[in-house]
Design a protein around this ligand. Structure first.
Ligand code: NAD
Length: 509
């Protein structure tokens, strides 16, 4: 592991000055009445801002006034191309503020500026894509099976709750807000306590882009009070949640009580599979990026690396050599490969999972300890870590670490690796490295994963649906149909026969 010692001082970055201690409640910028949230720069441990969060009472205000605002402003009934114009302007506003969004998100999450710039660009594209999807989306004239004209139409659901995690805030926000707003809903967003700022900035940009006042609220606060009040609220018609599986399962129970639809994008323990015919150079780069970018704090991190036995030794040696060369440092330095983690608490939980694995017999090939370099001790750093001498059934191979920790596991053949890859509760993603595309398709079909990458990893397109199978989720985000996920569907039967309805005439055609 090498160190990046310098970079622009965090103090030089734009603090959220014009957002200072204000949350966004149904169009108003207010000081929250909830607990104080301290925002800590993960690179230095310095508190850079404080924010009064929301409360369940704020949730009630935001939901009720959001619903009224969406109706009174005409947002719900606006023609699709008119709503799309607003979404286009939001996308463009994100682009114009891209550097500021990136700097703010780096300050709040520790991520590299390279990554936060890419996330901002992705958010802008998401708004524009959903605008285009909305404009080109048809209601349908269904084939008549009786003396009627039959129509299938869509309308907004009302108020949508968007609950997001801290690991890629602006992109997670956009994936929920853009389609939910496109569909004509009001949205109440509950950003994570550890990284609330960029969602508040996004609300400011939406306001400036002409989103009607009150249609969007952003309510930072604890999940168990503010988030849960949102899910339980009788006027919230749908929840779109991204976060951990335990939280997601709990929210699914609450949603079931209300018979409310909920989309869940949850955790993962994704397998990366390297066959002995792979282009090893490409595989090495993809594996390292797949697990160590974002400091491993990624739902789709390729954290279980299966290497075919005949290449296990050589690929392991090269992976370890390259992981040691990854540069650990501040997110503002362009030379940094692996930035700090979100918080000391999270970093320590990663460290304790590694310690427990070592206690159970795992062998550390690189990393494996909190760095003691004085330049890093104030920040939440953890080095790229590779473990071996583990079995897929071990806790470290089954539980999501959500940090820069990879396990290396040998396999013999396709059947063996498919069985091991599927021996997990998760089903989010899978990487396959082979020059044989028939094999790639065979294995990709057989592995339980919503996304399969072949000879690449961690690449995304807003036009391609994203789904978690098994404990990794419920429902789909992204893609053209995302807007429809936030609509109620209705059917119309318009009678066109001359004769009145005869008693007892067949009703099911
Ligand atoms: P988390 O489940 O702790 O929190 C996610 C969000 O839910 C936060 O805003 C939190 O405040 C809120 N929350 C927590 N408890 C709640 C409750 N009882 N009621 C309502 N809201 C509540 O997850 P996290 O630690 O913030 O994020 C990391 C997790 O997110 C990882 O498991 C990761 O895999 C997952 N994730 C999944 C995807 C995906 O697309 N599948 C993407 C990113 C992250």
């Amino acid at each position: 592991m090498s160190l990046v010692a310098s970079g622009p001082a965090v103090a030089d970055l734009p603090a959220p000055a014009d957002l200072a201690d204000r949350i966004h409640v149904a169009g108003r910028w207010e000081v929250g009445t909830g607990d104080i949230i301290e925002s800590v720069d993960p690179a230095t441990g310095r508190v850079f801002a404080t924010l009064h969060g929301a409360t369940p009472a704020t949730v009630d205000t935001a939901v009720r006034e959001g619903l009224s605002a969406a109706t009174a402003s005409g947002w719900t009934t606006m023609l699709p191309h008119e709503r799309a114009a607003v979404l286009h302007r939001i996308g463009n506003a994100i682009d114009h503020s891209r550097d500021r969004i990136a700097a703010l998100q780096t300050l709040d999450t520790g991520k590299t500026l390279t990554e936060t710039r890419a996330l901002a660009a992705s958010a802008a594209n998401t708004f524009r894509y959903m605008a285009a999807a909305l404009e080109t989306m048809d209601d349908t004239l269904t084939t008549p099976r009786g003396p009627w004209m039959t129509l299938s139409t869509h309308r907004p659901m009302g108020v949508v709750a968007a609950i997001t995690p801290w690991n890629s805030p602006i992109a997670s926000d956009a994936q929920k807000l853009a389609p939910a707003l496109a569909a004509g809903n009001a949205v109440v967003s509950k950003p994570p306590v550890w990284a609330p700022w960029v969602t508040l900035l996004l609300a400011r940009l939406c306001e400036e882009a002409g989103l009607p006042r009150g249609v969007l609220s952003v309510l930072p606060g604890p999940g168990r009070t503010v988030g849960e009040a949102l899910v339980r609220h009788p006027l919230v018609a749908k929840v779109s949640f991204t976060g951990g599986t335990t939280t997601g399962r709990h929210l699914a129970h609450l949603a079931a009580e209300k018979l409310m639809p909920i989309t869940l994008e949850l955790g993962g323990k994704s397998p990366t599979i390297v066959f002995d015919d792979a282009d090893v150079e490409r595989a090495l780069q993809g594996i390292l990026f797949g697990i160590f970018s974002s400091s491993g704090q990624s739902c789709i991190a390729g954290s279980r690396i299966f290497l075919q036995r005949s290449i296990f030794g050589d690929v392991t040696a090269e992976l370890v050599a390259r992981a040691r060369r990854l540069r650990l440092g501040v997110g503002t330095d362009p030379d940094t490969d692996v930035a700090p983690m979100i918080s000391v608490a999270h970093r320590d939980s990663v460290a304790s999972m590694v310690d427990a694995a070592v206690g159970s017999g795992a062998r550390v090939l690189c990393g494996g300890a909190i760095p003691d370099d004085p330049r890093l001790t104030d920040g939440c750093y953890y080095p790229p870590t590779i473990l071996t001498d583990v079995a897929n059934s071990d806790t470290i191979c089954q539980d999501e670490v959500f940090g820069p920790v990879a396990v290396l596991i040998p396999f013999d053949d396709e059947a063996d690796v498919i069985a091991q890859a599927n021996d997990t509760v998760y089903g989010l993603a899978c990487g396959i490295w082979t020059e044989d595309y028939r094999r790639a398709l065979r294995v990709g079909e057989a592995v339980d994963a919503g996304t399969v990458w072949v000879n690449t990893y961690k690449q995304f397109s807003i036009s391609t649906p994203f789904t978690g199978l098994r404990d990794s989720g419920l429902g789909t985000e992204k893609g053209r149909d995302a807007v429809r996920q936030y609509c109620d569907q209705k059917s119309f039967y318009l009678d066109r026969s001359d004769a009145p309805l005869a008693w007892g005439s067949p009703r099911n055609h």
